[in-house]
Design a protein around this ligand. Structure first.
Ligand SMILES: [Zn+2]
Length: 345
């Protein structure tokens, strides 16, 4: 039977669970950013390839693409950041990067990237992530079919914190991860790891009761192909869990290009609730849950106080701006979605 934890049907218990892994609320914004090493991460590893005449990454390293949700040609240019042009789709509203790095450059980057792994492995980040992953796993499980725990595929498993948690709760896990260092660590701990992109992984269809994509879709040149593949891999009634940065969040709509979420070499797609809905429904998924997590309230206050948004220490100045309001409006900085294959398809 599907698990249905008590907190799920009580709005305030649910909010309490979310607030417990909101690093800014728990630790304070600048302290959390410093303690996790976010502030010392290299800003743009492709800085050296920016053409000073155009402010864009040298064209021979890039390729164009249309809107990855609806296929429309690139529309209104919003801004250039770190050498990449960010545009908004005139048809579906998605904010995305075009031109993007060529596929082989992107894959090499993901295989070798280490700086973000170091952030993910810090104590404060791991503690917050475990609570976040437990929340998502319980939420998605409440919609999953049959005997649980069952089979779980984690696409883009990162340093493995979620795989360890799911395994500890009895799920039969498979991790998909391109990063060599992360994959080797998980393999050395005995986990099943596939070091290939999903399209090449040759996994069995109808085999997974849950497929998870924790902060993965924003990185993919072709998110639609990946979601179409995950649909084939799910069992009947199996659930898909997605977490992505939310371009409809209050923090991103206030900070615009100053938001850390915009960095064109790796964050290629910026979904909001509306473009995510269009994407999933176009692939015959039925959305079961859509909500936001993480407030970034401190980031907002720092910016409003003319301080560094991520390292300032501004006081809270708008008492009405509560985590409850933020999440009621889907203004949190991450969008969390649970979906399954639509029944009639
Ligand atoms: Zn579009």
């Amino acid at each position: 039977m599907a698990l249905s934890p008590d907190w799920l049907n009580d709005k305030y218990s649910r909010l309490e669970r979310k607030n417990a892994f909101d690093g800014s609320l728990v630790h304070g914004t600048s302290k959390f950013n410093r303690d996790t090493g976010r502030n010392s991460k290299p800003v743009n590893p492709f800085q050296a390839f920016i053409d000073p005449e155009t402010n864009l990454i040298r064209q021979e390293l890039t390729r164009p693409r249309n809107c990855p949700v609806c296929g429309a040609p690139p529309g209104e240019g919003l801004f250039i950041k770190d050498g990449f042009r960010h545009v908004r789709c005139p048809s579906c509203g998605l904010i995305y990067v075009s031109l993007i790095l060529r596929d082989e450059i992107m894959i090499k980057y993901w295989r070798e990237e280490m700086a973000w792994n170091a952030v993910l492995r810090t104590g404060p980040q791991t503690d917050m992530d475990k609570l976040k992953f437990a929340y998502g796993l319980e939420l998605a499980s409440s919609h999953a079919p049959g005997e649980l725990p069952g089979t779980l595929l984690d696409v883009g498993a990162g340093t493995g914190t979620f795989i360890r948690l799911a395994d500890g709760r009895g799920w039969k896990t498979t991790a998909l991860e391109l990063n060599v260092e992360s994959a080797e660590t998980m393999e050395s701990e005995g986990y099943q790891v596939i070091v290939k992109p999903l399209e090449l992984a040759d996994l069995s269809e109808n085999a997974y009761d849950m497929v998870t994509l924790w902060e993965v879709l924003e990185h993919l040149a072709e998110p639609k192909i990946v979601l179409s593949n995950t649909r084939e891999l799910l069992t009947s009634g199996g659930v898909l869990l997605i977490l992505v940065p939310n371009s409809g969040s209050l923090v991103t709509r206030i900070l615009h290009e100053k938001s850390n979420t915009f960095g064109g070499h790796s964050h290629l797609n910026h979904f909001n609730p509306s473009s995510m809905k269009i994407l999933l429904e176009s692939l015959d998924y039925e959305i079961l849950e859509m909500e936001t997590v993480l407030t970034e309230l401190g980031t907002i206050y720092n910016h409003l106080d003319f301080q560094d948004p991520y390292l300032g220490d501004a006081p809270e100045t708008i008492p009405q701006l509560t985590p409850e309001l933020i999440h009621d409006k889907l203004w949190g900085s991450r969008l969390l979605v649970v979906a399954k294959k639509a029944d009639d398809s």
